[in-house]
Design a binder for this molecule. Structure first.
Ligand code: TYD
Length: 137
């Protein structure tokens, strides 16, 4: 079952360098972009995230450096290496996520479909599994 999508972004390049463009409501970003945030200066022994979202849809890109992105839909688990500005992860639906193994120079940018809302977060893994269970009943 494919519960996160790895998207290869088009690079517009010429002799001057490279450019990647992201537009809301497109094939690559299939939602309104209501928020953009980026994570940087994260220490390499730190695990971030450790939560799921009820409704949020996100596109995650390491615009610099690299890290590992662990995802779990309650049935399957996967660790995805995010290691370049042209590789994005699209996450939608109930997915537990953790980010780790950050390189010193890692800048992890996230495009999000909703404003910041703590009510959309599930911080407890057992509660997450309960929610996943409700979805399949
Ligand atoms: P946190 O959710 O702990 O980050 P991560 O999921 O990467 O572990 O967020 C860190 C802090 O930033 C916390 O105080 C909440 C705040 N924050 C915002 O104010 N707006 C946002 O959009 C996000 C994602 C976090």
């Amino acid at each position: 079952m494919k519960f996160v999508e790895i998207v290869n972004l088009d690079i517009h390049g010429d002799h001057r360098g490279s450019l990647i463009s992201l537009e809301e409501n497109s094939m690559v970003v299939p939602f309104d972009i209501k928020r953009v945030y980026y994570i940087f200066d994260t220490k390499d022994d730190v695990i971030r995230g450790k939560h799921a979202h009820k409704e949020l849809e996100q596109l995650v890109i390491a615009i610099n450096g690299k890290c590992n992105f662990y995802v779990d839909n309650g049935f399957e688990k996967q660790t995805i290496k995010i290691d370049g500005p042209s590789k994005a992860i699209h996450i939608k639906g109930l997915v537990w996520r953790e980010m780790m193994d950050f390189s010193e120079d890692c800048v992890l940018m996230v495009l999000a479909s909703e404003h910041y809302n703590t009510a959309d977060y599930i911080y407890d893994y057992h509660e997450f599994l309960d929610e996943v269970g409700k979805g399949i009943k």
